[in-house]
Design a protein around this ligand. Structure first.
Ligand code: NDP
Length: 298
């Protein structure tokens, strides 16, 4: 049976350290990290995420600024708000919750954020810095996955890593981070031939596909470390009732019998994402005073 990688516990430890370092910054430089979260429209899932981000930011001692705008907000109004937040010294991190309503271009808005405050790490400059090994902001979910992997395995160099999925927010940055850790990286996607065969060569499997339970235990090399990024809500029949259940992109029951270690869903990668958002915001505040935090320090 695989070791369970407890992302919930790791995220709690990370938040504790973020709080400690935030308190230290307040004491030494009178700076309170500030996170501004912008949401446009009424999407219920987005509302939940935004509330959770604001709450956790406050819990670690940050100032949290929530901007809830109506669905009818124009592109110009949103741009004006981003420009104001860019100019506001009390704001160290700006996050625009996606998706945006269809009449507003996401790419333009993301790239309007000052790259030094882009704590989601989606700005084109931060993507470039990650790809070239510079110091920008790394997207929160892949950053969280990398922290879990390093915590569990230590040195990753020389390991074969397969990332299933090539999105800009998970798959691609994940592959850059694993390359930085000197893994031999394969990125698989919907056109990959013989996906089970590709996955079978991996010491590290990161599944970021968005397809419930697609990666099966039979695909996994015995002893491999499996990171399941997927969050899928499926319907199951229980005692004659239809209920919804959260599952990953990995078929947990079969995978845990073969893997050396595995992240559960829920309680694996999910909690790491907001914790890493807080880490990036703290990093931004520390950079104001010329200090670079290492993610090994937290
Ligand atoms: P996207 O839909 O943007 O990307 C999915 C990727 O999977 C694409 O690159 C696609 O390939 C690939 N893919 C789709 N079907 C197959 C297939 N049959 N075989 C191989 N590859 C396939 O998803 P995201 O990257 O945004 O998210 C992935 C998962 O992670 C989702 O379940 C999402 O809910 C979850 N997620 C979780 C987060 C967290 O906090 N834990 C944060 C973000 C996402 P192609 O490019 O060829 O189309």
């Amino acid at each position: 049976m695989a070791t369970i990688i407890d992302g919930k516990a790791f995220a709690a430890k990370l938040r504790e350290n973020v709080k400690k370092l935030s308190d230290e910054l307040k004491a030494s430089h009178n700076i309170t990290p500030g996170l501004a979260v912008v949401i446009v429209g009424e999407d219920p899932a987005s509302q939940v995420y935004v509330r959770s981000k604001g709450k956790q930011a406050t819990e670690v001692g940050f100032n949290s600024y929530e901007h809830k705008l109506p669905e009818t907000t124009s592109r110009d109004e949103l741009v004006k708000l981003i420009d104001d937040l860019n100019a506001d010294d009390n704001v160290h991190g700006i996050l625009v919750q996606l998706p945006l309503p269809k009449h507003i271009g996401e790419e333009e808005i993301i790239n309007r954020i000052d790259a030094t405050k882009d704590v989601d790490g989606f700005h084109i400059v931060n993507s470039g810095l990650l790809a070239t090994g510079g110091k920008g902001f790394v997207p929160c979910t892949p950053l969280g996955c990398t922290m879990l992997l390093k915590d569990h395995l230590g040195d990753l160099s020389g390991l074969n890593a397969v990332v299933v999925g090539r999105s800009n927010i998970v798959g691609k940055p994940m592959s850059s981070l694993l390359l930085q850790e000197s893994c031999t990286v394969t990125v698989a996607h919907s056109r990959t031939k013989d996906l089970p065969g590709v996955v079978r060569g991996a010491d590290i499997v990161v599944a970021a596909v968005g397809r419930p339970e697609m990666v099966r235990g039979e695909w996994i090399k015995p002893g491999a470390t499996v990171i399941d990024v997927g969050i899928n809500r499926i319907e199951v029949e229980e005692n004659g009732e239809t209920k919804t259940r959260l599952v990953g992109d990995v078929h947990y029951e079969s995978a845990e019998k073969v893997a050396g270690a595995i992240t559960p869903v829920p309680g694996g990668v999910g909690p790491m994402t907001i914790a890493c958002l807080l880490f990036n915001t703290l990093q931004s505040a520390y950079r104001r005073v010329g200090i670079e935090l290492s993610d090994d320090r937290v």
